[in-house]
Design a protein around this ligand. Structure first.
Ligand SMILES: [Cu+2]
Length: 172
């Protein structure tokens, strides 16, 4: 009699242990599945947003030629449209046979210059105008900070009256 009870009790213990084990396994599987799911959701959404983040970090490049190879005294283009608060890389070049200036003091004052690179030289400090010799190129990384219409000209004598002027329009 006592032997049967003991074996019954042992049997019950095994049942309980197995039930506990099953419950634990179920819980572990549930936790794993939730982990994998949240992993997929988090990574999936970050992959989805990645191109947006990359696009935001890209700087718009704007090419401006000072004069042209046939010696016209103009900026190409002469009208530059920018958005305030957005960074730009102004790629200036001089394809003409003579020296020109990119002069826009008020625009420079209303903007934040990150760097100016000309040749292999990086220029720091306040920039109001850039001198480009024939064939020269310069890179001006700038963020306009204030909306407005700013005049642009070449400060070589006679060039502005001959038409070497332009406008930089900054909108909000
Ligand atoms: Cu000029």
């Amino acid at each position: 009699m006592s032997d049967r009870l003991t074996s019954n009790a042992r049997y019950n213990l095994i049942i309980i242990a197995r039930a506990l084990f099953d419950a634990m396994r179920f819980t572990m599987r549930f936790i794993w599945q939730s982990l994998v799911l949240s992993f997929v959701v988090i990574f999936g959404s970050s992959l989805f947003w990645l191109p947006v983040a990359l696009a935001d970090s890209q700087v718009d490049e704007i090419k401006v030629s000072l004069g042209n190879s046939s010696g016209e005294l103009k900026f190409f283009p002469s009208n530059i449209e920018l958005e305030a608060g957005k960074p730009y890389k102004l790629l200036l070049n001089n394809p003409s046979p003579e020296k020109h200036y990119f002069t826009s003091k008020d625009f420079a004052d209303a903007s934040w210059t990150r760097k100016v690179q000309a040749g292999k030289v990086e220029v720091k400090g306040a920039i109001h105008e850039l001198e480009l010799k024939p064939g020269a190129e310069a890179e001006w990384v700038i963020t306009p900070m204030k909306a407005g219409t700013y005049e642009l000209h070449c400060s070589i004598k006679g060039h502005a009256p001959a038409g070497m002027v332009g406008e930089i329009v900054v909108t909000n």
